[in-house]
Design a protein around this ligand. Structure first.
Ligand code: NAP
Ligand code: ZN
Length: 360
């Protein structure tokens, strides 16, 4: 049932899932008035992140229906609040996973808002006024300016949209683990999907030797030829995995489904680090021996802070990094989600929100 919150007077057309079947249908709802720190954005494009799929199907058991997914949003500002200085009407902007944070804790003060323990997400969050947040599968968004970034002029808005989640989610741990200033180091990327393919692009832009570790032999040719990967290991081949033992300095695990970490850890050199960004709904197998015998470390990482997100967008502008996208009309959202679940996308679906009618 549609929520009613004071000041939520603006009617918006969007698309929502209403139960764990995950089926998306048109949904009309209300957004808040543009406040003094807010900007109103006409949404042009929204990427379909695997996190959207986890949410619409309630994989993690946390979905509040109806859920309007979408946190890879690009659009144009149509209104600014009186406190807003960084943006003006007509600006090309992006919004990612974050809608609000406490602004007072050590993480907020250090622009690591993503680690604030009161973080509110762009969708399926509870905003300060008690309303449930609705995401980018919709025509218009009211966003606090603190969680909005500029999109560099040279980047197309469709292929830039997935940078707002997929891009920053891989950029942040790469930077945090000094991989962006270590040319020649060996990066491994597990899973060549939305997140993984951007990680390969960042790796090449920063002079790394990039190995893709994939369950899909069919992705090898384009991983090498189009994305510039240096090596490709088919993870289901025991022989290829063995040949890769102790070859990598750092691994990003972007896998969305249950898997054991043991075989992947063996690919790390002694002292190497594996960062988990993929979020399967079931615990992952973690044998102790590959950790102990290789003095290896495992960490996690969640999206990125706002300062870092702007930095990432600017890096993409400078290096002309965008996502490989398949742009769809809104009436294909269900088909796209099904194909994403089947690992049938190269490498991100992006919904053309603006130009099409708002019915499915
Ligand atoms: P995606 O486009 O579906 O890519 C995931 C890739 O994982 C697939 O393309 C596939 O690559 C591989 N894969 C799938 N099933 C597998 C299995 N059973 N075993 C091994 N590999 C498998 O998804 P995405 O949008 O990149 O998101 C990936 C995960 O990251 C999701 O769980 C999402 O929720 C999570 N996520 C986390 C954050 C964060 O802040 N930490 C942010 C965004 C997304 P191959 O065909 O190459 O094997
Ligand atoms: Zn995402």
């Amino acid at each position: 049932m549609a929520q009613t919150t004071p000041n939520h007077t603006q009617t918006v057309s969007g698309w929502a899932a209403h139960d764990s079947s995950g089926k998306i249908t048109p949904y009309v709802f209300k957004r808040r008035e543009n406040g003094i720190d807010d900007v109103t954005i006409q949404i042009l494009y929204c990427g379909i992140c695997h996190t959207d799929l986890h949410h619409v199907r309630n994989d993690w058991g946390i979905t509040m229906y109806p859920v309007v997914p979408g946190h890879e949003i690009t659009g144009v500002i149509t209104k600014v609040g009186s406190n807003v200085k960084r943006f003006k009407e007509g600006d090309r902007v992006g919004v990612g996973c974050l809608a609000a944070s406490c602004l007072e804790c050590e993480f907020c003060k250090d622009s690591q808002e993503n680690y604030c323990d009161q973080i509110q997400f762009t969708y399926n969050g509870i905003f300060w006024d008690g309303s449930i947040t609705y995401g980018g599968y919709s025509k218009m968004l009211v966003a606090d300016q603190r969680y909005v970034v500029h999109v560099p002029a040279n980047l197309p808005m469709d292929a830039a949209a997935p940078l707002l989640c997929a891009g920053i989610t891989v950029f942040s741990p790469m930077k945090d683990n000094n991989m962006l200033d270590s040319p020649g180091k060996k990066l491994g990327v597990i899973g060549l999907g939305g997140l993984g393919h951007v990680a390969v692009k960042f790796g090449k832009a920063f002079g790394l030797h990039v190995t893709v570790i994939s369950t899909s032999p069919s992705k090898e040719e384009e991983a090498r030829d189009r994305l510039g990967a240096d090596d490709f290991i088919v993870s289901t081949s025991a022989q290829q995995m063995k040949a890769g033992t102790r070859t990598l300095d750092f691994i990003l695990d972007t896998v969305s489904a249950e898997h054991s970490l043991g075989p992947y850890l063996e690919l790390l050199k002694v002292n190497g680090t594996l960062v988990i960004v993929g979020a399967p709904d079931k615990p992952m197998g973690l044998p102790s021996f590959p950790l102990i015998f290789g003095k290896r470390a495992i960490k996690g990482s969640m999206t990125g802070g706002m300062k870092e997100t702007q930095e990432m967008m600017d890096v993409c502008g400078k290096h002309n990094i965008t996502c490989d996208v398949e742009v769809i009309t809104p009436h294909k959202i269900n088909e796209a989600l099904d194909r994403l679940a089947r690992n049938d996308v190269r490498y991100r679906f992006v919904i053309d929100i603006a130009d099409k009618p708002s019915n499915l």
